[in-house]
Ligand binder design. Structure first.
Ligand code: UDP
Ligand code: CA
Length: 534
């Protein structure tokens, strides 16, 4: 099967679409509408596909972007006769020799599950541990032999004598464990890459592209348990912020760090630079994704899709072996050892967020959660900010928190006026069923809400939008965080060196006056009537 068409001259003979009368001075976003079972991503694009201003594209006003089919989807519904779908049931997929290359769990929503696959022959089975102990399912051979991916209906049943045992709420230790050798390398990932060695070389390249393990010299320089941090960025400006966030985290900890980035909208340049950054600065990273399931209420705006990825798929977007992760907004600067947060006891709660600051009284008018609908709904609990949070993934999966959040999301999102700060309103709204551990205030400082009195204690600083002044973020960054300027210069020089460009070009890619730096609509813009929020 041929899966590399790069030598074909598709630019001349391929299908064409032509749009005339496009607005020249409006900021446009490029998105591609693909068949459901395809995961597609940009691999060549000089311009920022999130912020296209046609009038800046020279006389010809053309922009080129090349997208690549990255993976196909194997999806399915898993049922148990006369019962609810077996939520939390874990599947593994691999080859005969390496049965565990990818894994996932079954959602309660329609018993849905999903895995990324390449063409080939694969084996699907129950994950060892509680899933295989309680349930019966003979290993299934699956041939991915077309570009349509595959949809499977699977029926499982409990083993004799296990009918009354619960899959979740069980002793945690039965879940999939990370397979690490004594040096702490994540052999799962290496296995994933090496599994393709005997097969198609381009598939192997693809697998390696998504993950970097660091050289032993650099790894040995860092000691202790790895801190896992995930983030999301879309658009060149937020990618610029993200690099600064990475540098600020690394500077403040001696422990190994692994970053997890949501892959969907990363630019080709960022994906080119990040492996080099990982080697230079000594961190690991992995690019992850989960295709928006067809049955889940869709978001139309790219911005809101990104926010949704911060919260809706936490149980399924990481390998099951990952037990804990900290989300950090791209536009955040870390001023302390994140190890302290990583190790914090969350008192059995799946999520931990910092409550919004109360001290900047100028902002009282914007604190919508202090009145009306939100006040009644919260019943004395705090309203938390979503720029930084810890997810105890083991607990999160064990308590089916992902299912709960998706059910709440599905109900609320049908009303277009609800969830205006999607990633923040959703966990705050759902905290009666998905409990939140409230972090000490100093974990998240942001000028708009906290005011200068507590700035010196800030463990992290978010450049959160100020609904009153609407100051652009780049401008705010330089003013609020003195170290931001040096981090930015360092990241820009590094990027220029890797891409073979000069630093000015890198900076120019994001004109400070462009709309890409204008305050985003809605997010943290709490000026609406509280009732409109949900
Ligand atoms: N984000 C992004 N691109 C955007 C807007 C947002 O990647 O154009 C991501 C990024 O991780 C950012 C997070 O979504 O940190 C939250 O958005 P933002 O920081 O703008 O919200 P605020 O903190 O101002 O409320
Ligand atoms: Ca932010």
């Amino acid at each position: 099967m041929q899966d590399d068409f790069s030598s074909t001259d598709f630019s001349v003979h391929g299908p064409k679409a032509f749009f005339s009368n496009m607005p020249l001075s409006k900021t446009l976003t490029m998105n591609i509408d693909v068949p459901e079972p395809w995961l597609v991503e940009p691999v060549v694009a000089i311009h920022d596909l999130d912020n296209i201003l046609l009038e800046n594209l020279g006389d010809v006003r053309t922009l080129q972007a090349v997208y690549e089919l990255e993976a196909l989807l194997l999806t399915g519904h898993c049922m148990e006769k006369d019962r609810e779908p077996p939520r939390g049931l874990q599947f593994i997929l691999g080859t005969k020799q390496r049965p565990h290359l990818v894994d996932t769990l079954v959602m309660s929503n329609l018993g849905y599950w999903q895995m990324k696959v390449s063409p080939g022959v694969w084996y699907l089975q129950l994950a060892p541990g509680r899933s295989a102990d309680l349930y019966e399912l003979p290993s299934k051979l699956i041939a991915i032999d077309s570009l349509r991916g595959k949809l499977l209906h699977i029926e499982v049943q409990k083993k004799k004598g296990k009918e009354h045992e619960d899959l979740l709420n069980a002793d945690d230790d039965n879940h999939v464990q990370e397979k690490t050798d004594n040096k702490g390398w994540n052999t799962n990932l290496l296995k994933w890459a090496s599994s393709f060695i005997s097969g198609d070389a381009s598939l192997k390249k693809k697998a390696e592209k998504n993950t970097v393990s660091i050289s032993s010299d650099l790894k040995d320089a860092r000691q202790g348990e790895t801190i896992n941090i995930f983030s999301v960025a879309s658009g060149h400006l937020y990618e610029r912020f993200l690099k600064i966030m990475i540098l600020s985290v690394l500077k403040k900890t001696e422990r190994p760090v692994k970053f997890w980035f949501i892959k969907n909208y990363l630019s080709p340049q960022f994906k080119d630079v990040i492996p080099h950054m990982a080697l230079e600065y000594g961190f690991e990273y992995e690019l992850i994704t989960y295709k928006w399931p067809t049955w889940l209420h869709k978001q139309k705006e790219k911005q809101r899709i990104i926010w949704a990825y911060k919260i809706l798929f936490l149980d399924v977007i990481f390998p099951l072996s990952l037990r804990k992760v900290i989300f950090v907004d791209a536009d955040q600067i870390v001023r302390t050892d994140m190890g302290e947060l990583y190790d914090m006891d969350l008192k059995g709660r799946p999520l931990a967020y910092t409550p919004f600051c109360d001290n900047n009284k100028e902002m009282d008018g914007y604190r919508f959660w202090k009145q009306g609908f939100w006040k009644d709904h919260l019943r004395g609990r705090p309203y938390h900010i979503s720029a930084l949070y810890v997810v105890d993934l083991a607990k999160f999966r064990q308590t089916a928190a992902g299912d709960n959040l998706r059910v709440v999301y599905e109900t609320l999102s049908k009303d277009p006026n609800s969830l205006s700060n999607l990633d923040q309103d959703l966990p705050n709204y759902a905290q009666h069923t998905v409990p939140i551990f409230s972090l000490p205030q100093e974990w998240l400082w942001c000028e708009s809400w906290c005011g200068n009195a507590t700035k010196a204690q800030a463990k992290t600083i978010d450049l959160c939008n100020n609904p009153m002044t609407k100051e652009p973020k780049l401008q705010g960054a330089k003013r609020i965080v003195p170290e931001w300027v040096d981090f930015d210069a360092e990241a820009r020089h590094f990027t220029a060196r890797i891409l073979g460009e000069n630093v000015e070009e890198i900076a120019e890619a994001i004109p400070p006056s462009s709309e890409s730096d204008a305050p985003k609509p809605d997010h943290d813009d709490s000026s609406q009537d509280a009732k409109d929020e949900l």
